[in-house]
Design a protein. Structure first.
Length: 246
């Protein structure tokens, strides 16, 4: 089936869940707050965007109490959180396409920081839609198979039965692709079948696959840029078409 899954995306997700849990949970909480604000409801049954974020939170092992508190806070009449969704697009070293999704309460601060990372590491911030046209937004669910105990054919059939559009096997994991509005339902169905999910979220998948950088300096700068984005509290996700070295 499709050939878009790359292990670096899985590693990124596992790193966020394991090594930087507090920061990951904070970022997911912001996404919930914005989803409630934009969707007009703190009930995932009436807010598909919120249902998707909750599926992401559960896959990241965010405690149910944290999820509940965040929803109550977002729905509260006295909530002072004023986050908004902002997307930046541009190019990294050697023309790597980058999409940076942020949740911020200060657009000027976030824009300045994002531009600084692009400039510092050999890239440039571009105009809206300069690279997003070459990506497809999909639901991506990663099933843990680190021990290699799962049978690929059985997992594929279960995934398709649960409503998946596509399926792919990778080292130590299986990747399931869905429509963006089906992430929550498919994630819940897979969990019910006993699968452990590493991640469940919307992702921007490059239409032409991933590229390798021939220059070691460019690869180093690209990694440094991504590290800066990951450490930035406002940045939620960074999608790109770079295939980093394993």
């Amino acid at each position: 089936m499709s050939g878009h899954s790359k292990w670096h995306n899985i590693q990124k997700t596992k790193g966020a869940a394991d090594a930087k849990r507090a920061q990951a949970f904070t970022k997911i909480a912001r996404e919930m707050i914005v989803a409630v604000k934009e969707g007009g409801s703190a009930d995932p049954a009436n807010n598909s965007r919120l249902a998707t974020i909750i599926a992401k939170a559960k896959a990241a092992n965010m405690p149910n109490d944290n999820i509940k508190r965040t929803l109550e806070k977002a729905a509260g009449a006295g909530s002072t959180d004023n986050y908004e969704r902002v997307t930046y697009e541009g190019y990294g070293p050697s023309g790597v396409a980058l999409i940076v999704e942020a949740m911020t309460d200060n657009r000027n601060r976030t824009a300045s920081e994002v531009r600084h990372y692009f400039d510092k590491y050999g890239g440039n911030l571009g105009a809206a839609n300069c690279v997003s046209w070459s990506f497809d937004r999909k639901g991506v669910i990663v099933i843990d198979n680190e021990d290699g105990d799962l049978d690929e054919d059985a997992v594929m059939m279960d995934a398709l039965d649960c409503g998946a559009d596509d399926f792919e096997s990778d080292e130590g994991a299986f990747t399931v692709y869905t429509a963006t509005d089906a992430i929550a339902a498919v994630s819940e169905a897979l969990t019910t079948k006993g699968y452990h999910l590493l991640s469940a979220q919307e992702e921007m998948i490059p239409q032409q696959g991933y590229i390798k950088l021939s220059s070691e300096d460019d690869a180093k700068n690209m990694q440094k840029m991504l590290d800066c984005f990951e450490e930035n509290d406002d940045v939620q996700n960074v999608w790109h078409n770079w295939e980093d070295a394993e």
